[in-house]
Ligand binder design. Sequence first.
Ligand code: TRP
Ligand code: ZN
Length: 871
Amino acid sequence: MSQIIVKKRLDYQAPSYLINEVDLVIELDPTETIITSTLQFETASIPIDTDQHKPAARDLILDGENIKLISITLNGNAFTHYHIEDGKLTIAQAELANLTHFTLVVKNSIDPSNNATLEGLYLSNAAYCTQCEAEGFRKITYFLDRPDVLSIYTVTIIADKSAFPHVLSNGNLLEEYDLSDEKKLVKWHDPFKKPCYLFALVAGDFDKLSDSFTTMSGRKVKLELFVDKGKKSQGHHALASLKKAMKWDEDVYGLEYDLDIFMVVAVDFFNMGAMENKGLNVFNSKFVLADPSIATDNDFFNIESIIGHEYFHNWTGNRVTCRDWFQLSLKEGLTVFRDQQFSADMFSYLATRISQVKVMRENQFAEDASPMSHPIRPDEVIQMNNFYTVTVYNKGAEVIRMLHTLLTTDGFRRGMDLYFERHDGQAVTCDDFVNAMQDANEVNLDHFKLWYSQSGTPRVKVQKTSENGADKLTFTQRTLPTTDQADKQAVYLPIKMECLHRSGSKIDLKLSNDTFVLDSASATLAVSSQDFVPVLLSDFSSPVMLDYPYSLDDLLLIMTHASSDYSKWDASQAFYSALIRQLYDDKDTEVSAQIWRKLETALQQAHDNFELLNEMLTIPSIETLTQGIEQTEPLKLSVARSHFLNYLQQNLHGFLKGIVANIEQQKYEYTKMQVNERRLRSAVLQLLSYSKSVDVKDQLAQQFATADNMTDKLNTLKAAQIYSVELFEKLMVDFEQEYADNAVVMDKWFALHATTNSSDILAKLTLLASHRQFNIKNPNKVRSLVGSFAVYNTEGFHALDGSGYQFLTDYLIELDVLNPQIAARLVTPLIQYKKFAKMHQDLMTMQLKRLLSRPNLSKDLYEKVSKSLAH
Ligand code: TRP
Ligand code: ZN
């Protein structure tokens, strides 16, 4: 195993050397790409270490991984007095004594064809591309691979003329000319200082879509989108989304794009969603390519949101970047919050907020409860790639959202303005960000900052008591110890709320912005009424778990009378969860006819609000339900949930049929109205599929045959999966024939197969892994097949004989050698074993131990697996 080094946030030291300019010459070759890197160094002025009264060490230590050194020159002379160990290249301080400025030329070679990690320079199909965040630049050349070293880049690329019509890098094109009949030279210059993780290079034969955007100051920016040949028509939605994002950032934050050209490239082989390289965003093709026949409503939504996210990084991430990787949430939490605002403005607040809350409840709460728990600004890291997490991203965005709530839209904007005024061009910390917010608003955010250092999900318990005839609510917060931190303090919690009389009318609580602030362990709120129901945590105003002893009637009252649609939805989820919980505890529980009638009445009042009705008809996922139960028995939970769905459709049959009857199928358009109609119809069809009635079968078969769009096709398949294995498999065969050559669509097909409840699922997975469209080196394929199985196939993954766990583990062993970053993401369902009953825990830990005993385990997997077994 490569050496395990734990890096600590508090060990940060400013760099002893800076690199002001970087000049790269890259001669592309599949197995031997030659890099000549000319680096203009400057010796940094280092503050005297106050404890030891001597300056920190000044040896120059360059990071490198999997690269072959050819030669080094120092100030023009051949230089050999360096030392290479564990990949790092060290030049002793004595060699550089008295040099305040010096030039180092490093020449090395790399092998992109043999780079399955998809970090550094690699081949995606026939195109070259790079991925340098977080620490991938060191796989290209020796460098100070840390985000607080900012340089101006000039990049010269020499490539085969015919194979690579498009040769791209950051910034502006300086020149492009032929060197010979075969080779050409392309030179780019980026006038903005940047850390090396934002460097990018792409070379390939693409189709190009061009457009332009005129900024608020009247500058015309060229927009170019590169996709695989023949897919030009699938790029329009992404390009339109980009223009919306550029306009939105000007309108809402006054932020203008700064280069003359902005490029986006779609590639099939990519570890994550997309990457914000300066002026040259690289995207996973599944977040670019779309037209109604291959992309679902959800895909259209995600593309707009991710295009926005990467674009917004130009200011929050690139112009102002992170001082060190522990500060990752500085750019990611903030940029996720910005893309969430953008999506809400472009699409709809309710649906986007609900999907964000689901991510928190299904994934982030689970992470906080797992051996990988960490604060949004982690304290200790072995492999940085393991910290691109729902905690850093999504909980990070919730923390920014609380700041926004606290400071209001105007105050938040003032803080953002001050942040850019102070820090444009710098690499800074989360504290710098909060300080800007604080100073611009003259508030004290010291206590608020605890959100950056404390991990775990606070639980807020609310109790209703009456004293001398006056009612009050007592709020108590408590965060349980997490694997990484034993002691917890009370955090600042804005709790948006209202109280309803039994009659449904609202009680005036005299709260500013309807928000009760709980910033100590416990506090009370007087309510001037006797019989009321509190509606708590509207809009998910803080990332906490709420505990209030609601009765079913309380929840029905909220579903009917709450002022916000969000709260109506939230109450519906609590209502369903309570009933499923009863079935889980006792499978013979009967839900009274009266409850069903009341539910129908509550749903009925949302009949003309399709968006809300759809959300209220969506039953909590197994993953969400698991969070609410200690030591879950997953198979029993799955049975209870299915039974509930079946009872629901039986008891609300007429109501449900009435809904579908009212929705006409129209020619596909991606509009909010149509999306809501399709979602609602699909939610109902899925419910009705539990009935196994013949007319549902006919309806599904007919809809599958006539659907003019991928959304309806896929939704029909999902309903068919519920209806019967026979119908499902028949439609899946048809589907495969139609889309066999479309990689993005086949990902959906793999994922659907992987989630089928069937006794021979493991044999099926093995067969699918040998499908001609499957490739273990492509993360999208692996995520679709193996990831979907482990996360969503409850029966298969949690099979009582442990075969599902064993299957995943065998696969991880194979994958870890190729792409450790993806292997470490995929291990998540196993390391979250503590949520499950003892029998499952034992089977899961047995596999984790098997993993840990492997020789040559990557440090990615090592970090997660060893942590999960440590307690
Ligand atoms: N910064 C990227 C984002 O916008 C995340 C990312 C893309 C990434 N590719 C990566 C992180 C590879 C680590 C490794 O969210
Ligand atoms: Zn990001």
